[in-house]
Write a protein that binds this ligand. Sequence first.
Ligand code: HEC
Ligand code: HEC
Ligand code: HEC
Ligand code: HEC
Ligand code: HEC
Length: 468
Amino acid sequence: MRVLFSLSKDRPNKSLIILGLLSLLCGCPEERNEVDAGVVQPLIDVTAIEAIDPASCQRCHQQHYQEWSGSMHAYAAEDPLFRAMNQKFLDQYGDIDPSFCVKCHAPMAVQAGLTTDGTNLDELPKAYQGVTCVFCHTTESVDGLSDNPLVLGDSRTMGGRFGEPIANTFHRSISRPFFQRSNPSSSQMCGSCHDITGVHDILLEQTYAEWSGSFYNNDIHPSGLSCNACHMRGRNDSASTTTPQLIRRVHDHRMVGLDVALTDFPERADQYAAIENALNNTLSAQLCVNEQPGGYEVRVTLDNVGAGHGFPSGATFDRRAWLEVIGREGEDIIFSRGLVAREQAANDMSVEHVLPLWDVALRRNEPTHAFWDADEVTRRAIPAPKTADPDDPRFSEHLKTATLFFPGIPPESISTVVKVRPFGLDIIEALIQDGYLPENVLTYDVPTFELGATRLIWRRADNQICTP
Ligand code: HEC
Ligand code: HEC
Ligand code: HEC
Ligand code: HEC
Ligand code: HEC
């Protein structure tokens, strides 16, 4: 079920709504800005590009800029996989909706009318590429639940959360609910750009829908957590280099997820480390080995304890996440499931899986790499918890269990771990083969991350059924 942000709760400042209505009636945005901004200070003249360029913000918001510059938001339009897949999409559906992909990956370029299909991104100034500061911070309303329904306001007025910001000469400031993490509309701003409805009108990427239906939805559950509460950690620091004495709560703009730049890109090593760290406590696991008539049963239960949505979430068709289970006698492997070699695709026919966790996009019953073209989806990700109450029948929905039976007695040791790759090697291979991705454009291999808390070892000698 999808939940609409209810206007009755945490109503944005009533006077703002009245002012908004008034400005609609009289068409007087100038006056409205003066009143809304709270603090009035004449702004310096800048060009249209300077006004929206993240590099302009860098001067006063150095730390915010540095964090953002290494984020996937900054990488969104540069990403060679995006470029390749966008071209593939255009070859298929370019006549129908050419800006479908680029409207989320370079929204400012689309807004400014500088691109219609994203094929000319290299000719545009950097300021228009990716999900930029001004794109988020000038959001005035969010008119839907998916496919980037954000409506932007005046590009010199930044929405924020301070209430009483110190005035500066570059932009006006205004308080907006999208930047208050306790206000459910903040998750709608993020989420409606993270949910994608495909060509055939079904929900494909659905991080927001997953969050909405989970107990993290703070519009329904008072103790819920917004996207930002998890993805934008706070620290105490000044918000601008021009106000060094004023210590505020400021928030991480690295927006750590699963994707990493596979080309040279700022902050790459930091992003990599932050992902490993975030993944450590995303899932928990239990491994039990039970002797049974004629053999033994190996049971692994995974619990989505850290993600406010499924795991994986979002681009789940391109992810490869799976459970690895290996039984060993000394160094010898007695049995294995989900054992994938470094250079091997996780969905290679020769890999025997017990719990593959990526979703599969289908077109006319056949798996497809063209996620946008799916008319059906097989979901295999671990859902987000819907309830924290173990007696609630929905409690077990965020658990996934794999059960294996083997004859004989258990080997000396049995180990488990969940592994994840941001992109399937098969996807990259296919893009290269079809001529969409130039062969040598990726500088780095696709990483394989491990989810730390799922690495468990059961030992026969310990004489215990379950670990931990
Ligand atoms: C000349 C310096 C300067 C520049 C350039 C600048 N800002 Fe600011 N910004 C400030 C100051 C000062 C504050 C208020 C800090 C405080 O009150 O602690 C601020 C506050 C903000 C806030 C919070 C507003 C609120 O009400 O909570 C946001 C968001 C913001 N800036 C975004 C941007 C973006 C995006 C850019 C680039 C387009 C930018 N700023 C460029 C100085 C600047
Ligand atoms: C994806 C949307 C998004 C992008 C892109 C983005 N911000 Fe923010 N920013 C937010 C949100 C949301 C908050 C409020 C965080 C909270 O408290 O939950 C925020 C808060 C801020 C604040 C107030 C202080 C703080 O950290 O809470 C400043 C200043 C700011 N951003 C500047 C920037 C600058 C400069 C850039 C680009 C270099 C940028 N932002 C890019 C969403 C974004
Ligand atoms: C313009 C629509 C848009 C908005 C608004 C937006 N995002 Fe994103 N976000 C994207 C795109 C596009 C990417 C991925 C780019 C890529 O990987 O090529 C992304 C990437 C991310 C990632 C990294 C995903 C990964 O796998 O590494 C996180 C985390 C994230 N966004 C969280 C947020 C949060 C939190 C907010 C709200 C403060 C937000 N986003 C608002 C479009 C958006
Ligand atoms: C309870 C904390 C929590 C909340 C709430 C939350 N996330 Fe996440 N998110 C995580 C964790 C943990 C991960 C997995 C670790 C990682 O990828 O960094 C993750 C991963 C992601 C990813 C990467 C995709 C993937 O497969 O894991 C995206 C994109 C994302 N979140 C966006 C969002 C958006 C948008 C919202 C709000 C609608 C949100 N998150 C709410 C904790 C949270
Ligand atoms: C509604 C906004 C939106 C639209 C439309 C959209 N994307 Fe994205 N895209 C995102 C977000 C958000 C992420 C990050 C999701 C995550 O990390 O789970 C992303 C991630 C990606 C990635 C990196 C992860 C992966 O899947 O390999 C690629 C490549 C990509 N998108 C290509 C495309 C293409 C091609 C299209 C058009 C067919 C498209 N996107 C349409 C928002 C969008």
